[in-house]
Write a protein that binds this ligand. Sequence first.
Ligand SMILES: C[S@@+](CC[C@H](N)C(=O)[O-])C[C@H]1O[C@@H](n2cnc3c(N)ncnc32)[C@H](O)[C@@H]1O
Length: 227
Amino acid sequence: MNTAHDLDSWERAYRDFETPAEEIRKFERRLRALGADRLDRSSRILEICCGRGNALVAWRRLGFRRAIGLDLSYALLRLADAGTTRVVGDIRAMPVADASQDIVAVHGGLHHLPSLEDLEATLREVARVIRPDGRVVIVEPWSTPFLTAVHALSRQSPIRRLWKKMDAFERMYELEHTTYDAWLGQPAAILATVRRHLEPVVLQRRWGKLMVLARRAAPGGAVDAAR
Ligand SMILES: C[S@@+](CC[C@H](N)C(=O)[O-])C[C@H]1O[C@@H](n2cnc3c(N)ncnc32)[C@H](O)[C@@H]1O
């Protein structure tokens, strides 16, 4: 991923896939579906892999005023709204203090990690920076019949020529397929890794997405029942 000023090929495809307005609406819809809009509006939110910052805008639209973003790509962070706080950093070793965040969220960043060890390191970091009673939001691609059908469609050349969104989707896939396919191919191992660090309160797998609202797993795995 790019830490320089210019967008690389994947970043250009990602930019072409949907407009900021479309992406913000999508993030808002997903946060509502998880019930994240009912969390305390004064929460300190760390949006990791925030890219061009559209999830930060979605949080703001839901009334949360204390969201900051972290991403590896300086080029994408530069596209984010100048009014948002953004930090360049790697999610596997975050420049963030222990127990300093009420909510950590990620929309489509974990599947870019090269290996399960990187996911383990990242979730350890998430558990470190979140307060003991904090919440974690995870939205990532997931292998479902819907996603298989979308990929079958986006591989067709005539479809790519006529439908720019599908072309951008396929370009992104071509450029990230190693990590993306590895992610989609090991659902059980991914969920086991998530559960080692987090206790899901809501977990949905549909329409090609894994959507999780979780709390930090208590040592020994016991958690209180209150949401
Ligand atoms: C599909 S984009 C996510 C979109 C983003 N959530 C948004 O709100 O616009 C994936 C992002 O993950 C970032 N990323 C990938 N690996 C990372 C890492 N190890 N640490 C931090 N960011 C990373 C990329 O730079 C990219 O911006």
